[in-house]
Design a protein around this ligand. Structure first.
Ligand code: NAD
Ligand code: TDX
Length: 339
């Protein structure tokens, strides 16, 4: 099969490409990525010269370029990871989130309709459900939980989900959607909690925890997410949404302390800073449907996954050092000042 993977030079997309090329070497992967600040071609170096891999630097918002690629490659499956993915950036500048996350998705689906495909899979997020109260550990997000977004980022992802479901109902496009909880693992851009705290702690810099750090996220090792997407895109039912999560809820502050412990750094580095605007309190996924229908279960325990992740960042300074010395400095200064 020919599989177009958009956003494959980013965190989850690159891990997904490695997963596919290892587990399905009979398939051909075409990565479509415009290489924004979050995309990194060097991540894909191990596969760039493989005969069953092709990299194409184009934007999903460029209709002509997308159609040209579909014409050339005649994809069987399209998996859409391409997105602006950072909540804080969406608070500063929502516009690009509408353009990429919503319009980019419909442009891809228009090409799917025009050229015909077996499956369009949309990689979505638990953030489309909004948040849960901290004092109700009995509540979880189910696939039929109403969409109730908080940030411009999550609103753009929820809008895209609605367009995907509309293209299924109106045009009969064979689609699936996965809504996953917070991922962690190798190649995550250091604007996100875990790599940011790791790099700061390593350099004895303050660790900027928003508010009290009591917000809860449900963490899943990235390879488990990739395996879930692989199962859904190959065996999931048309028009269905699948929640993906590992029942691994943690307070932010506990993650930060764990990183301090792993690096032998003092908790005095922790600095409580102004809270994120509209900060979601708790995310918690109920993954019963994907377990019952497709047999998926997370395989990586958090203790193992976080150790592997920290080891990876320790041994891959050559990956993240160039990133934090470039445009990232301006971003960091704007977000956190001199803290
Ligand atoms: P990321 O920011 O690391 O990577 C995004 C990739 O998309 C980059 O390579 C970037 O260059 C590319 N891209 C951006 N705009 C593009 C465009 N117009 N055309 C082509 N490529 C473009 O993001 P990530 O964390 O890997 O997330 C991937 C997807 O998974 C996103 O759709 C996100 O909403 C979703 N998701 C992420 C998480 C998480 O915890 N990171 C959890 C659930 C869902
Ligand atoms: O400096 C920080 N300090 C801090 O306290 C940062 C960057 C984050 N936080 C908090 C905010 C969140 O409660 O840590 C938590 C995790 O933050 P992020 O890593 O920015 O992730 P989150 O906002 O939860 O969103 C992520 O998970 C769902 C991804 O970025 C999304 O793309 C995905 O859809």
């Amino acid at each position: 099969m020919n599989i177009i993977v958009t956003g494959g030079a980013g965190f989850i997309g690159s891990n997904f490409i490695f997963y596919e090329m290892k587990n399905h070497p009979e398939d051909r992967i075409i990565c479509l990525d415009s290489l924004t600040y979050a995309g990194n071609l060097s991540t894909l170096k191990p596969v760039l010269d493989k005969p069953n891999f092709r990299f194409v630097k184009e934007s999903i918002t460029d209709r002509e370029a997308v159609e040209r690629l579909f014409e050339e490659e005649k994809p069987d499956i399209v998996v859409n990871f391409a997105a602006e993915s950072h909540v804080d950036r969406s608070i500063v500048n929502p516009d690009i989130f509408l353009e990429t996350n919503i319009h980019g998705t419909t442009i891809l689906m228009d090409a799917c309709r025009k050229y015909g495909i077996r499956r369009f899979h949309q990689v979505s997020t638990d953030e489309v459900y909004g948040d849960l109260p901290l004092d109700r550990p009995d509540l979880f997000f189910h696939e039929d939980t109403p969409l109730h977004t908080s940030s411009p980022y999550s609103s753009s992802k929820a809008s895209a989900d609605l367009f995907v479901l509309a293209y299924h109902r109106t045009f009969g496009l064979p689609v699936t959607i996965s809504r996953c909880s917070n991922n962690y693992g190798p190649y995550q851009f250091p604007e996100k909690l875990i790599p940011l705290m790791f790099i700061n702690a390593l350099n004895d810099k303050p660790l900027p925890v928003y508010g009290e750090g009591k917000n809860v996220r449900d963490w899943l090792y990235v390879e488990d997410h990739c395996r879930a997407i692989d199962l859904i895109m190959r065996k999931g039912r048309d028009g269905e949404v699948y929640n993906v999560g590992g029942h691994n809820e943690m307070h932010n502050i506990d993650i930060v302390k764990l990183i301090c412990d792993a690096l032998g750094k003092p908790y005095s580095l922790i600095t409580h800073v102004e809270d994120r605007k509209g900060h979601d309190r708790r995310y918690a996924i109920d993954p019963t449907k994907i377990h019952n229908e497709l047999g998926w279960l997370p395989e990586t325990k958090f203790a193992d996954g976080i150790r592997m992740t920290i080891d990876w960042y320790k041994t891959h300074e050559n990956w993240w050092k160039p990133i934090i010395s470039g445009e990232y400095q301006n971003y960091y200064q704007k977000m956190y000042g001199n803290r």
